[in-house]
Write a protein that binds this ligand. Structure first.
Ligand code: GLY
Length: 368
């Protein structure tokens, strides 16, 4: 019997394991992670926001994100059916707002992205924005409605994917993979033989084989989770992405009166600490936009590591100089949750030896 080992049980690895088991009933699929779902997928905002998250010059990232967003409604429905759990998809859309005149460039960039797609941006005054979202304060000067940028509850998604994977027959092993070697993976308990090894360990993928070392690096981010209390001004219904004095902050609502604020970005290796300055900036910037949050409960602060690549695009497929049978599936950068839907299709194709779907063939570089 063929054995497919998937290393890393974040949204990307769990999706890869799920589609592997779903499509290869004759194979044994083993998902290995010492702390399933505790990395970047746990510490995420959950934005499905190719337009408002696109950075200048990242045309391919935008196109890839858009192709994945188009898959999200069907992907969410399939995960929900396979797991009998909700994933918390929110379709209220996103508002991109600014508080300073100097930050209007941020809006111009988003308008340019929308125009490039043949879509017009709806520009809104501060007053019009507050009419739509009363939680936004008087400092907000202007903004844009981006109804196509959605959000999902990343933690509900993780739980649902895990259940879908289990229902499809995936076996889980709570162990650390020390290395990928010819013919399998090295665990503390010995070698686990495998015909194919899907490396989906995010930023940690770099540590698993010398051939992977330069392909991906940790890009630290911090988030805060807040909860509106009785009598607090309710959170916005839409995701709010703001530029505040040149810094980006976003606030993503959850279904239960909670709000996720993110996200700082640092190139500091695997430094796990949430910093005082990071928390201070997130709270100060978010409070300028959403003054009511001062009354909310601060429930959690957390840091994790986005898997960054040189071109900010994910790496899929075999890796030059890597062990036989290794299939890379990492490097989703700031867009891991968004790109999960597309990753399902890419991995289904790769594991079946088929070309990736036509609409993304020019966007997804599959290494050989
Ligand atoms: N896409 C959200 C983040 O990386 O912070």
């Amino acid at each position: 019997m063929e054995r497919i080992v998937v290393v890393g049980a974040g949204v990307v690895g769990t999706t890869a394991a799920w589609v592997a088991a779903r499509d290869h009933a004759a194979a044994e699929v083993v998902l290995v992670d010492p702390a399933s779902g505790s990395g970047a997928s746990w510490v995420a905002g959950g934005m499905l926001a190719p337009i408002t998250e696109a950075w200048p010059g990242e045309r391919e990232v935008l196109e890839l994100g858009a192709a994945s967003l188009a898959r999200w409604p069907a992907f969410a429905a399939e995960v929900e059916q396979a797991s009998r759990r909700r994933v918390g998809l929110r379709t209220e859309g996103t508002l991109a707002v600014v508080v300073d005149t100097a930050d209007r460039e941020d809006l111009d960039r988003i308008v340019a992205h929308l125009r490039a797609w043949g879509r017009d941006a709806e520009r809104l005054t501060g007053r019009e924005i507050r009419r739509r979202e009363p939680a936004l304060g008087p400092a907000v000067r202007a903004g844009i409605a981006v109804p196509d940028d959605l959000a999902v509850d990343n933690r509900m998604l993780l739980a649902a994917l895990r259940e879908a994977a289990r229902n499809a027959g995936v076996c889980e092993r709570a162990e650390t993979v020390h290395a990928v070697v010819d013919g399998g993976v090295e665990l503390a308990s010995g070698t686990l033989a495998a015909d194919r090894v899907v490396v989906a360990a995010g930023a940690w993928s770099a540590t698993l084989h010398p051939a992977l070392a330069d392909l991906v690096r940790p890009v630290k981010g911090e988030i805060l989770r807040l909860r509106a209390r009785a009598g607090s001004l309710p959170p916005p219904r839409r995701t709010v992405r703001a530029a505040v004095s040149g810094r980006a902050v976003y606030a993503v609502p959850r279904d239960d009166d909670r709000l996720v604020l993110g996200a700082t970005q640092y190139e500091v290796g695997f430094d796990p600490d949430v910093t005082v300055a990071g928390v201070r900036d997130l709270l100060a910037d978010a409070e300028r936009v959403l003054p009511g949050i001062g009354d909310y409960a601060l429930e959690e602060s957390a840091a994790s590591f986005r898997p960054g690549t040189a071109d900010n695009l994910p790496v899929f497929g075999p890796v030059s100089g890597g062990p036989d049978g290794l299939v890379a599936c990492f490097g989703h950068g700031r867009n891991g949750i968004l790109l999960t839907a597309l990753t399902a299709d890419v991995m289904a194709a790769l594991l079946a030896g088929r070309p990736v779907p036509d609409d993304i063939r020019d966007l997804v570089e599959v290494t050989t």
